[in-house]
Design a protein around this ligand. Structure first.
Ligand code: PMP
Length: 344
């Protein structure tokens, strides 16, 4: 029998176990379900949509509304089923055989996986002694540069000066993953340029990970290239309708962002006072170096208390770390007291 052409191990290496637990702090979702009024409006809108018909293939209304949010036209917006799919589409368009993509470790594991499945050579680079990227650390002899800003799993932002790099490297393509943008409180100009794709998602600050909506803001020529390879009707009518409704309810859906930021800072102080080393974070999670304690063992002990965090200890460049998603104040209090218990 003919086997698959893709090595199976790739698809299983990154993913977090989906376990039934009381407290799920492992995949950087929002701890809050969307408000009742939003769900009612979604139901009304779905009732009005013609599900017997194919959806708008170009998702023009959604792209127009997202464009308004970013001060660009619909021709500068691409939409997909979650930002992972969007990342894969970019790799298909700008990577592939004979092309290379540079990623800085530690970073989001899907870049390496998507690189492998799209047959793009992935080149891993490092950071300076402060854990930051600088223009010198970013290879100039690769086709694509992938930057996760703020970065997963460290939670840290990259230096603002880097945003001028794409204009000096016009022969390279820059993929900038801004999944956690809304938790970064710096008021600075967004990444941009003809050779830059800025990737965003509804999974984090919009509290809609279940929806699967991601999008790209880029030059219209880049957007055309992405639409040139994506399957027809790839974004369902349901996704389009829910995303449009989410834009009407943006303020309500994103209301938890402020709470998460306050909780994040309080959690960082508490973790440090326990003798652990939390990284600074501009996201909805914290990477914590567990010091003398064994991160994997702690992960297991927390799981026995029905708390699921992310064991990051096997990830490249992380060391002895756990990554903890910020939950509601009650959830965070429960995590902290469980952690105190297992550390003692
Ligand atoms: N990029 C980064 C940096 C992420 O952390 C995640 C989710 N963990 C994603 C992209 C994918 O998000 P989604 O596919 O839900 O939009």
């Amino acid at each position: 029998m003919l086997g698959p052409s893709q090595p199976h191990v790739l698809a299983t290496s990154y993913h977090s176990p989906q376990l039934e637990v009381d407290l799920k702090l492992n995949t950087n979702e929002s701890p809050l379900t969307p408000p009742e009024g939003f769900l009612r409006e979604v139901a009304n809108q779905i009732r009005r949509s013609s599900l017997n018909r194919y959806p708008d293939r170009q998702a023009m209304e959604l792209r127009t509304r997202l464009g308004e949010l970013h001060g660009v036209g619909a021709e500068a917006v691409f939409v997909g089923n979650g930002s992972n799919e969007v990342l894969q589409t970019i790799f298909l368009a700008y990577g592939g055989p004979g092309r290379s993509a540079w990623v800085a470790q530690p970073t989001y594991g899907m870049y390496a996986q998507i690189g492998a499945t799209t047959r793009t050579e992935v080149v891993s680079g490092g950071r300076n002694q402060h854990g930051e990227l600088t223009a010198d650390t970013i290879a100039s002899d690769v086709s694509m540069v992938v930057i996760c800003d703020p970065n997963n799993p460290t939670g840290m932002v990259e230096p603002v000066e880097l945003r001028s790099l794409p204009s000096m490297r016009s022969d390279q393509f820059f993929l900038v993953d801004r999944a956690y943008h809304d938790f970064d409180q710096r008021e600075i100009p967004e990444w941009g340029g003809e050779n830059v794709a800025v990737v965003r998602t509804f999974s984090k600050a919009f509290s809609l990970a279940g929806l699967r909506l991601g999008y790209v803001i880029a030059d219209p020529a880049v957007i055309d290239a992405l639409y040139g390879i994506v399957l027809p009707y790839h974004l369902s009518a349901l996704t389009q309708v829910v995303a449009l409704t989410a834009l009407d309810w943006r303020q309500e859906l994103q209301a938890m962002v402020g709470v998460v930021i306050v909780e994040r800072e309080a959690m960082i102080s508490r973790l440090a006072s326990m003798g652990l080393s939390p990284y600074p974070s501009a996201t909805n999670f914290i990477l914590v170096d567990m010091g003398v304690h064994d991160a994997h063992e702690l992960w297991q002990l927390l799981l026995e208390r029905s708390i699921l965090v992310r064991d990051a200890s096997q990830w490249p460049g992380v060391g002895n770390g756990l990554r903890i998603t910020i939950g509601t104040p009650e959830e965070n209090a429960r995590l902290l007291s469980a952690l105190e218990e297992v550390l003692s």
